[in-house]
Design a binder for this molecule. Structure first.
Ligand SMILES: Nc1ncnc2c1ncn2[C@@H]1O[C@H](COP(=O)(O)OP(=O)(O)OP(=O)(O)O)[C@@H](O)[C@H]1O
Ligand SMILES: [Mg+2]
Length: 320
């Protein structure tokens, strides 16, 4: 892992996302700077509405037209924010793949499941349909789908939520991407399916050396999958570092609050709510909810501070 850590796949520099709306313009992502290394599993963790999906979709150039993206992102050294959609589309779907949020509803209801995975493969490989079908079937087998090969001929409505999720995982990975963005892969799944999907994603990285950016609001998903964790609050990074550091010994009061809110730690939820992104408070964005906030926190916006060993935190008073 240490050797791989030195191979940077993405370097993201001060990425910002604005939405033009009829009311106030919204800054959904503020100055995100981050590297993603080859073969690592990076987890983006934060409450609903903090901008996780917007960041992921900005990186993959999949935001709607009312979005403006500033800053730079380099994929294998190629700058992608300013890259044409046509050029980037060649990467997306071959080297870069996405399993979007709400995956259960993003399958085509009118197409057989196996065919949907096959289409992804045929877009990028010039193999004949017989070879493609065989590759798809062996992938579905690896994903432990039951009733093979019959299930490949089923329509999405004939499958359970967990099976549909696995079909989407298959569609995302069939081209052996080097980078995979997975947005909330376990949302709405029951516990058994959740574990299956997590195990599959884990295996995938080990077998294929795929780098995964996993977006989740679920602390336990981050814990079982991530090598490194980025905690996000109200559009910005508040803490990041290795999984054990951030999830077991967090230093930012918000990350500490997330840990304390877990059932196994007594369900002590953080008081208050995340601010809507068009009403960001002055100073530290977390200060109205922070039990340690001082006058300085209400006035000044803290920068990310380097605590060493790849760990950074956005708090005036945090110590590693
Ligand atoms: N198309 C859009 N136009 C205007 N604002 C938007 C648009 N898409 C997202 N936003 C704003 O960005 C915010 C962050 O949205 P995002 O979907 O990234 O949240 P999230 O962290 O992924 O939440 P969840 O865990 O619920 O998926 C939203 O609350 C909304 O204010
Ligand atoms: Mg989301």
């Amino acid at each position: 892992m240490e050797e791989e850590q030195t191979r940077e796949l993405w370097r993201i520099e001060r990425l910002q996302v604005f939405f033009k709306t009829r009311g106030n313009d919204i800054m959904a992502v503020n100055e995100f700077s981050l590297s993603i290394y080859q073969g690592e599993r990076l987890c983006l963790l934060g409450e609903s509405g903090c901008g996780k999906s917007v960041f992921g979709m900005a990186l993959l150039k999949l935001l709607p037209e009312n979005a403006e993206v500033l800053g730079k992102a380099y994929y294998k050294g190629m700058e992608t924010v300013g890259m044409s959609e046509k050029t980037f589309a060649r990467l997306r779907g071959t080297e870069i793949a996405v399993i979007p949020q709400g995956a259960g509803s993003s399958l085509d209801p009118t197409m057989r499941c196996g065919k949907q995975v096959e289409e992804c493969l045929r877009l990028h490989e010039k193999e004949n349909s017989q070879v493609c079908r065989q590759k798809v079937l062996s992938l579905l087998k690896r994903l432990e789908l039951p009733r093979l090969p019959g299930i490949a001929r089923d329509y999405p409505f004939e499958l359970s939520g967990g099976m549909k999720q696995r079909i989407l995982v298959a569609a995302g990975i069939v081209c052996h991407p080097q980078f995979l963005l997975v947005d909330e892969p376990t949302k709405g799944l029951d516990w058994g399916c959740r574990d299956k999907v997590i195990t599959l994603l884990k295996k995938l990285v080990e077998d294929e050396e795929t780098s995964v950016l996993l977006i989740t609001h679920d602390f336990n998903v981050a814990k079982s999958l991530a090598d490194r964790v980025v905690v996000m609050y109200a559009g910005e990074i508040v803490e990041y570092g290795m999984r054990e550091d951030v999830l077991e010994r967090p230093v930012h009061p918000y990350s500490k609050g997330l840990l304390a809110a877990l059932p196994q730690n007594g369900f002590q939820a953080i008081e208050g709510f995340s601010p809507p992104l068009d009403q960001i408070p002055k100073g530290c964005r977390f200060h109205p909810r922070c039990p340690h906030a001082t006058g300085r926190c209400a006035q000044e916006h803290p920068n990310l501070t380097d605590l060493g060993e790849g760990r950074e935190v956005r708090c005036f008073y945090a110590e590693g």
